[in-house]
Design a binder for this molecule. Sequence first.
Ligand SMILES: Cc1cc2nc3c(=O)[nH]c(=O)nc-3n(C[C@H](O)[C@H](O)[C@H](O)COP(=O)(O)O)c2cc1C
Length: 167
Amino acid sequence: MNDLSPLEHVTREAFREGMAHLPGAVNIVTTDGPGGRAGLTASAVCSVTDEPPTLLVCVNRTSSAGGAFRENCAVCVNTVGPRHQDLAMLFGGKTPMNDRFARAAWTQGPSGAPVLSESVVSFDCRVTHRHDVGTHTVLFCEVVDVVVAPGEPASVYYARAFHAVSL
Ligand SMILES: Cc1cc2nc3c(=O)[nH]c(=O)nc-3n(C[C@H](O)[C@H](O)[C@H](O)COP(=O)(O)O)c2cc1C
């Protein structure tokens, strides 16, 4: 180990440019509860363990949905396919929350969070732990329901654009 801070090696811009070249799924992550209904687009989602089934989601605390994710325990991770790419851009920022939800069909999962109809897969969850790192809060989310749309094409986000993937 040396004593150089990572910021002296890697700028924020270099890190973001690197991450833009890491292909991955995009998700519309929703929440509802005492903090109100809200959602944002997130690529920072991954599996933690299947015992108990747990995902993590990294949420920017300063985003307009940040307060709702802090107060609510119900969260749903809805994975985006080609039919929801435009919706993902709406949830990606600047659009008022009600306008985001008005552009798609939703049901309510067992947790109480909005489940996106015809998503590639939806993981309905209850938040079990939170951990702040820099600008973001890592939400550890225990999965209480999984809804898969068999055969629904998926999308991979790579170099700041969506690319369709089908079976
Ligand atoms: C492809 C894509 C991936 C994103 N991934 C994340 C993420 O993992 N975590 C996050 O907090 N924000 C992520 N964002 C940004 C949020 O969706 C956006 O900041 C959020 O909607 C806040 O905007 P607002 O404050 O105008 O509501 C992503 C945006 C896009 C377009």
